[in-house]
Design a protein around this ligand. Structure first.
Ligand SMILES: [Zn+2]
Length: 189
C-alpha cells in the first residue's frame, strides 16, 4: 500500500511552489491545499483506507475530526474502519461537539486531521473527547508538517506524508530579496 506522495499532491495543484503570502501574513516558497487532493473521492477513500490500516490496531470504535478540514478524511477513515464519524466545530471560538453528536461512555476515539501543523486543533478535539468521558487511542493525518515525528507522543500517530514548509516574515524573506513576485494562494488559474 502506497502512502500519499508530494507528486500526487502536485499533480492536482494541492502543492504549489513559488512565493506565497499566507493568511498568517508570513511568506512561503510552498503552499499546501489538502482540499484539492481530497476533491477526488477515490483519492480521499484511498487515503482513508491507508490511515485506517495504520491505526486499526488501536481498536478505535469512533472517529472524530475538526470541521472543516478534517471532515472528508475523517469520514473516509471511519468508513474504512466500519465505525461512526463525528465532527467538532468552533462555536464562539470554542471547539464543540454539536448537532446531537455525543461521545458514548468508554468510546475509543481516533482523532483525524487533514494537515497537522501545530497540532492545536487536534488537541482541541482530544479535549472534547476527554471532556465527554471518551479515550483518545490515536491520531491520524494525511500530512504531517509539524517538523516532529510524533507531535502527540506518547499517543500513536500516523501520517501519510511528511512535509517541511518553510515560512518567513516579510522583512527577512529570501524570496522577496530575490525579487520573486508574491502570489496569494488560489489566485492562479
Ligand atoms: Zn517574500
Amino acid at each position: 500500500m502506497q502512502a500519499v506522495s508530494l507528486d500526487d499532491m502536485r499533480a492536482v495543484g494541492a502543492y504549489l511552489s513559488g512565493h506565497f503570502l499566507l493568511s498568517s501574513g508570513l511568506h512561503s516558497p510552498n503552499y499546501l491545499q489538502c482540499a484539492l487532493y481530497l476533491a477526488s473521492p477515490a483519492a480521499a477513500e484511498a487515503a482513508g483506507r491507508q490511515l485506517a490500516a495504520r491505526l486499526r490496531g488501536h481498536a478505535p470504535n469512533l472517529v472524530m475530526a475538526p470541521a472543516l478540514g478534517g471532515i472528508v478524511i475523517g469520514h473516509e477513515v471511519a468508513r474504512a474502519l466500519g465505525v461512526r464519524f463525528f465532527f467538532t466545530e468552533r462555536w464562539e471560538g470554542v471547539m464543540t461537539l454539536r448537532r446531537g453528536f455525543a461521545v458514548p461512555p468508554n468510546a475509543r476515539v481516533l482523532v483525524v486531521e487533514d494537515v497537522v501543523t501545530t497540532g492545536g486543533s487536534t488537541r482541541e478535539v482530544m479535549a472534547v473527547v476527554e471532556g465527554q468521558g471518551g479515550v483518545v487511542v490515536g491520531v491520524g493525518a494525511i500530512v504531517n508538517r509539524s517538523g516532529q515525528e510524533n507531535p502527540f507522543a506518547p499517543l500513536p500517530f500516523a501520517a501519510l506524508l511528511e512535509v517541511q514548509i518553510p515560512t518567513y516574515p516579510p522583512e527577512t524573506c529570501p524570496l522577496c530579496q530575490q525579487g520573486l513576485p508574491l502570489e496569494k494562494p488560489g489566485s492562479r488559474r
